[in-house]
Design a protein. Structure first.
Ligand code: R5P
Length: 271
């Protein structure tokens, strides 16, 4: 089996190949003048590596998988996972559709920190790897406090903090009266502390920017952001720096300037 890198994950695919000792296969990805995509893979078997951070990423991945007789799909960032159920009548459950397509073309699907259990439940047999210990490792030996921006990411921050051997907490919403809601860390005093907001995804940056504002108002010395998937849509990085975020640290599931940790070993160990 060879590693087939999709255009969304060229560096990570190379790293996985290096760590796993597999060769990189031959594949061509091109765009026709009208915008349509062309994919050619000159292999019969392969591990296709491609995050889904755009519609083009999705098409490239599906086309590449389809060419192979025997394929594994490594989707480091599984986009479309936030629509994991019907919130309003008539909505397409995007991750369910993706799961059906990917599992019809690949004998195994591997991802990293898919958005929710609900999203994972649409796959029959998904390997969902956890990169939170990697985030923890990055902060080991550093005197920081890790905070999840909401209760939903509590387990994630707990895992990262355990590896970093640091304190952790989550932001809790408390209703003060009919019109006022207070959002603060549940129990930790952040005054004078270097805080790291830990989340699975930073998309528009709204969640982290809001949390940073609150943490600074409570006297935090500095606030940084760490995530697995740095989607950073809509100039999110600028929004975060404008909100006083000191640094953004992410893995390479979405390859970008903030990818400072690699999930290559994690993935190589599972293929
Ligand atoms: C929410 O459930 C996720 O864990 C993230 O907090 C969310 O996706 C971040 O989105 P944004 O950066 O757009 O606020």
């Amino acid at each position: 089996m060879k590693i087939i890198p999709c255009p969304s994950s060229p560096l990570l695919a190379r790293r996985i190949a290096e760590v796993s000792g597999l060769d990189v296969g031959s594949a061509v990805f091109r765009r026709f003048p009208d915008g349509e995509l062309y994919v050619r893979v000159q292999e019969k078997e392969g591990v296709v590596v491609g995050s889904i951070n755009s519609n083009d990423d999705l098409i490239s991945l599906i086309f590449a998988l389809d060419v192979l007789d025997k394929a594994k799909a490594v989707v480091p960032y599984m986009g479309y996972a936030r629509q994991d159920k019907v919130f309003q009548e008539g909505e397409a459950v995007s991750i369910k559709i993706l799961a059906e397509i990917l599992e019809s073309k690949a004998e195994e699907v591997i991802t990293v920190n898919i958005h929710s259990r609900e999203a994972a439940s649409h796959f029959k047999n998904l390997k969902n790897l956890d990169a939170m210990p990697l985030i923890g490792k990055h902060f080991a030996e550093k005197d920081v406090v890790m905070i999840s921006p909401d209760k939903g990411s509590l387990e994630r921050v707990k895992t990262a903090a355990k590896r970093a051997a640091c304190e952790w907490d989550y932001m809790e919403k408390r209703r003060i009266d009919a019109t006022t809601v207070e959002i603060t860390p549940k129990s930790i005093d952040v005054e004078g502390k270097d805080v790291v907001i830990v989340d699975d995804i930073i998309s528009t940056g709204g969640t982290v920017a809001e949390a940073a504002k609150i943490l600074y108002s409570l006297g935090a010395k500095s606030v940084s952001a760490a995530c697995v998937h740095a989607v950073l849509a809509d100039n999110a990085a600028i929004k975060l720096f404008n909100a006083g975020i000191k640094d953004i640290i992410a893995t390479d599931t979405v390859e970008c300037a903030f990818s400072r940790m690699s999930v290559a070993e994690l993935i190589a160990g599972s293929i």
